[in-house]
Structures are given as structure tokens and as C-alpha cells.
Write a protein that binds this ligand. Structure first.
Ligand code: HEC
Length: 115
């Protein structure tokens, strides 16, 4: 049986490493449940705001730590600890407040998938 074209595109997309497993699921943006295609581009948009400090594609070469290729669980824990005020920070406690659980997860997934 032929695979539906959408499944083929999704497979190619995942094979490029451009999207992580979390993009398969929906996400919550500002209180609204969104479908996977919206989530994938939304994640790239918010991730690009991180590039300002963490370097292009999260590959900082300066004092602010790089995010690219780091362990997903470690990145997610750091974001949640900043959000919950459990981890000291100059910037991040203020910066990461207000995202949904799925946005934290998708950000951690996005940066850990960068080679
Ligand atoms: C205005 C600059 C700035 C922006 C924008 C920014 N960060 Fe940060 N980030 C920092 C600084 C500075 C630290 C070190 C902790 C601190 O002092 O806040 C940090 C630390 C972190 C850490 C912990 C890294 C480690 O190795 O301990 C993670 C994870 C992180 N940021 C993720 C993100 C994500 C994801 C975004 C985008 C949603 C983002 N940051 C946007 C400045 C920034």
C-alpha cells in the first residue's frame, strides 16, 4: 500500500533532524491547543529569540552557555527550575516565565536536536 504523502513528508522532515519527537504531538500556545504543524514553526520562532543571547542556533561561543546538542532532560529541568525560581539566574528566571509546559518541552527538544 502506498503511504499517504503527508506521512512521507513527515518522515523526511524527521529524518533531517529539523524536528524532534515533541513536534509529533500538539502543543499549547497562549492557552490554545494547536496542531503539530503550527507547533513546529512556533517552536522555531520562540527558539530564535533565544539565539540573541545563546548564539546563532544556540551555539554560543561566549560567556552565556550554548544550548545546541545538549541533553534534552537537562535543558528541560533548567527551564523548569528557572520558571519555578528554584535556580539562581540574572536573566532566565524572568525570561522563561509564561510559556506552557509543551513550549518548555518543545524548546528543550528543539535545542537538543541541533547537531
Ligand atoms: C537576554 C539574554 C537571554 C535570552 C534571550 C535567553 N537566555 Fe537563557 N541564559 C541567559 C543567561 C545569562 C544564562 C545564565 C543564567 C542566568 O544568569 O540567567 C542563561 C541560561 C540558560 C540555560 C541554562 C544553561 C546551563 O548550561 O546552565 C538554559 C537551558 C537557557 N538559558 C535556555 C534559554 C532558552 C530556551 C531561551 C529562549 C526561550 C533563552 N535561554 C533565552 C541569557 C538569555
Amino acid at each position: 500500500m502506498k503511504k499517504p504523502i503527508k506521512a512521507v513528508i513527515a518522515t523526511l522532515w524527521l529524518a533531517t533532524g529539523a524536528a524532534g519527537a515533541a513536534d509529533q504531538a500538539g502543543c499549547t500556545i497562549a492557552g490554545y491547543d494547536m496542531p503539530p504543524n503550527v507547533c513546529a514553526s512556533h517552536t522555531r520562532t520562540i527558539a530564535s529569540t533565544c539565539f540573541i543571547c545563546h548564539g546563532p542556533n544556540g551555539k554560543s561561543q561566549a560567556a552565556i552557555p550554548p544550548l545546541a546538542g545538549r541533553d534534552k532532560a537537562e535543558l528541560l529541568a533548567a527551564l523548569q527550575d528557572f520558571r519555578d525560581g528554584k535556580r539562581e539566574a540574572t536573566v532566565m528566571q524572568k525570561y522563561v516565565k509564561g510559556y506552557s509546559d509543551s513550549e518548555y518541552e518543545d524548546l528543550a527538544d528543539y535545542f537538543s536536536a541541533i547537531k
